[in-house]
Design a protein around this ligand. Structure first.
Ligand code: ADP
Length: 475
């Protein structure tokens, strides 16, 4: 753990093990925090806030830029660690580190643009000044699927704003979090500004981060169930909240789109991180006219996807994070099959040979998905591409919106009006138009409805860590 500028053990000395999801091997142990450790970290963050919040934006920006540089220098080392701890293929891990570092640079730049205003009054002897100030100590809880970029997306803006942070990373990926702490430590971020507590049981840490009056904001990325729970606790303390939660992304192929190009896009996007992404497409709506061509290309592509240990040559799909994840995917595919879906590719666990000790599910295509299937409603978080054939172009947007989630959506069309109508009609926060990567550090990322509150990245990502103060000045 990293508290008050030092790498420390838990107060009671306990540690827990971290395993490689591809091989089941133990790859290290980390301190196992209790509520007392979390409170210690909050104390450190609270002490540090007084001086950190009054540093100049240039000092903060320079430290973030130094962290950006160091993270880039360590891309390879961090990617190897990520592949071992989280499972994604090395190339994807490298891409994630670059994306993660981008947030540090972006928010270093944004720090210099924290502005206020000089406001007129209706009284001739009065002026108003509005200023933007950091919200205070931030509690940050992050998931395992993007174990470095989900940290920098919160730490970057928090530090840029002048906030201090207590981070609790996911129990599956604490080693990546430690590696990020080493970077902040080495570039000279002052003690207490960033703290990290690792714990095998997250609930008591969550209680501290939502219950301690010194914590003024909670930022969370993870499941909708846990986000809802934490947001309700934070509300009791009137903490500010940003929560980035689950998704159930539609991917709509309009009849005028090139079905082959769309299928290639779907195959590339769906299997990123083995489908363990909140923006992963979970419903591929394909018009009946192009369904056959789409399915043929999709099956051919998915059939060629190579699953394996993330360091293996040519591997593009790694393991799932744990056995529960595999069981959930298997149950959804079995349910769809039992209700009449066809499964021309995959549709089973991978258990032989190199897969024996890891958590693998075969890259899978499910055709003829209907509304009564679990996969139509629930987030899969696995390497399964479910195809729904539709007939009516006028109602496909409504069908896509028929979900409690509202994070990402994708549309394929060559018609400008269709694209604009889709972007305007879809109740989702992030929309790809003939594009499978509609995210970047410079754009606001976040969802509607059960997919969350607040935005990360872009200008909005910094706003979440600032509040406005006004001074009325009599002359
Ligand atoms: P996932 O399904 O992606 O694992 P979770 O929502 O369970 O999503 O986990 C996301 C993060 O939330 C992790 O850091 C996890 O430790 C944390 N978490 C899970 N349950 C709680 C809780 N009751 N209180 C605080 N944090 C929690």
């Amino acid at each position: 753990m990293y508290i008050d500028g030092a790498f420390v053990e838990a107060l009671d000395g306990r540690r827990f093990a971290v395993t490689d999801p591809a091989t089941g091997e133990e790859i290290g142990t980390v301190p196992d925090a209790t509520a007392a450790d979390a409170t210690r970290a909050v104390e450190a963050a609270d002490r540090a806030f007084a001086s950190w919040s009054t540093t100049t934006v240039d000092e903060r920006a320079d430290l973030l830029l130094a962290a950006w540089r160091l993270m880039q220098e360590r891309t390879d080392e961090l990617a190897r660690l990520m592949t071992r701890e989280q499972g994604k293929p090395l190339r994807a891990a490298r891409n994630e580190v670059v994306y993660a570092a981008d947030f540090l640079r972006w928010f270093a730049e944004e720090a210099r643009r924290i502005e206020g205003g000089w406001l007129p009054s209706s009284r001739p002897d009065q002026r108003f000044v509005a200023l933007r100030v950091p919200v205070g100590v931030v509690g940050a809880i992050t998931p395992w699927n993007y174990p470095i970029s989900m940290l920098t997306r919160k730490l970057g803006p928090a530090l840029a704003a002048g906030c201090t942070v207590v981070l609790k990373p996911a129990e599956a990926t604490p080693l990546c979090a430690r590696a990020v702490m080493e970077i902040f430590d080495e570039v000279g971020v002052p003690p207490g500004v960033v703290n990290c507590v690792t714990a095998s049981d997250p609930a008591p840490i969550g209680e501290v981060l939502t219950g301690d009056r010194r914590v003024r904001k909670l930022t969370f990325t993870g499941s909708t169930a846990v986000g809802r729970l934490l947001a309700s606790k934070a509300a009791a303390n009137l903490q500010r909240i940003s929560v980035e939660l689950g998704g159930h992304a539609p991917f709509i192929v309009f009849p005028d789109a090139d079905p082959v190009r769309a299928a290639k896009g779907a195959a590339a996007l769906k299997f990123l991180n083995s489908g363990q992404a909140c923006i992963s497409p979970n419903r591929l709506y394909v018009h009946r006219e192009s369904a056959e061509a789409f399915a043929a290309t999709l099956c051919e592509r998915v059939g060629r996807v190579k699953a394996g240990v993330g360091t293996g040559e040519g591997v593009t799909v790694g393991p799932l994070i744990d056995e529960a994840a595999v069981a959930k995917v298997a149950a959804q595919v079995d349910d769809a099959r039992a209700k009449g879906a066809r499964v021309p590719v995959g549709g089973h666990r991978l258990v032989d040979g190199e897969f024996a000790r890891g958590h693998f599910y075969a890259p899978t295509v499910v055709l003829d998905v209907t509304d009564d299937m679990v996969i139509r409603r629930e987030e899969t978080f696995g390497p399964v591409a479910p195809v729904i054939v539709y007939d009516d172009v006028d109602t496909v947007i409504d069908a896509a919106n028929d979900t409690d989630y509202g994070l990402a959506a994708y549309v394929y069309t060559r018609d400008l009006s269709t694209a604009i109508r889709a972007v305007e009609g879809l109740r989702f926060g992030i929309i790809g138009v003939n594009d499978v990567n509609p995210t970047a550090a410079r754009v606001p990322f976040g969802g509607m409805k059960d997919s969350g509150l607040g935005r990360e990245g872009g200008h909005e990502g910094l706003d979440e860590y600032l509040e406005t103060k006004v001074a009325g000045i009599a002359l």
